[in-house]
Design a protein around this ligand. Structure first.
Ligand SMILES: Nc1ncnc2c1ncn2[C@@H]1O[C@H](COP(=O)(O)OP(=O)(O)OP(=O)(O)O)[C@@H](O)[C@H]1O
Ligand SMILES: Nc1nc2c(ncn2[C@@H]2O[C@H](COP(=O)(O)O)[C@@H](O)[C@H]2O)c(=O)[nH]1
Length: 219
């Protein structure tokens, strides 16, 4: 895979002193499909992989820490980041704003790290435009019923938030074929193995693409 550079804003162009060498991976899928769970397993086995920490206007869930899970900011603070060109991509999701801070990502890529962005569909599309070399992975649920059950069992979202997330999930699942790789998260262990293969196999080799799900989710 060719090296991935973050499209610079003016200041970043002036500051850049070395050629980037790392690779960027975009990891998308409907809310509750298990993206965070899969990444926890992957990072547990490969601590050298870096996860980009997003900024969001969403309220922290129980146990979430500022600077670890997200940078929790106010809407005016987020809008200032957008105006200053501080975000590589950003989107509104279920009533909250989410975005990828550009500078830490540039830093990690410049240092040769594999960096994963766990982001929703609009953001993934923005990255596809600005960084076509980034590998794009989409996670599918076994069914929308199972997806909703997972969000409910997680027990961290209100009924209103769940309804918004499920409405958005229908749209996101329809877009799965836009992505380079699709992973069905039914059997967790199998899905982790497919993710590992997707991250570590170079796209030029025939074995790059894990098998698509045998049964597409019912939507
Ligand atoms: N393969 C699986 N089988 C059953 N349950 C799973 C599986 N993978 C994840 N889960 C469960 O589904 C719930 C949602 O998972 P998780 O929070 O990782 O989703 P997510 O895609 O990161 O959601 P969000 O985008 O909203 O942050 C969790 O309770 C998790 O334990
Ligand atoms: N476009 C972006 N989407 C992001 C970013 N960080 C997270 N997300 C996605 O938002 C939804 C909801 O997340 P939750 O933590 O509130 O459940 C989920 O799909 C995330 O992947 C980002 O920086 N940009």
């Amino acid at each position: 895979m060719p090296s991935t550079s973050v499209p610079p804003n003016d200041q970043a162009t002036k500051n850049r002193v070395s050629q980037p060498t790392g690779q960027l991976i975009v990891f998308t899928g409907p809310s509750g499909v298990g993206k965070g769970t899969l990444l926890r397993h992957l990072l547990g086995q490969h601590p050298d992989i870096q996860l980009s920490i997003s900024a969001t206007t969403r309220q922290p869930r129980e146990g979430e820490e500022n600077g670890k899970h997200y940078y929790f900011v106010s809407r005016p603070e987020f809008e200032a980041m957008v105006a200053q060109g501080d975000l590589l991509e950003w989107a509104e999701f279920a009533g909250n704003l989410y975005g990828t801070p550009r500078k830490p990502l540039e830093h990690m890529i410049d240092r040769g790290h594999t960096v994963i962005l766990e982001i929703e569909l609009d953001g993934a599309r923005q990255v596809r435009e600005s960084l076509p070399a980034a590998r794009q992975i989409f996670v599918l649920p076994p069914s929308v019923e199972e997806l909703e059950a997972r969000i409910r069992e997680r027990g961290q979202d209100s009924d209103d938030a769940i309804a918004k997330r499920m409405a958005r999930a229908q749209i996101e699942i329809q877009a799965a074929s836009e992505f380079d790789i699709q992973i069905l998260n039914d059997d967790l262990e199998l899905a982790v193995k497919q993710l590992e293969l997707a991250v570590f196999t170079q796209p030029s080799t025939a074995a790059h693409q894990p098998s698509p799900p045998e049964t597409p989710p019912q939507i």
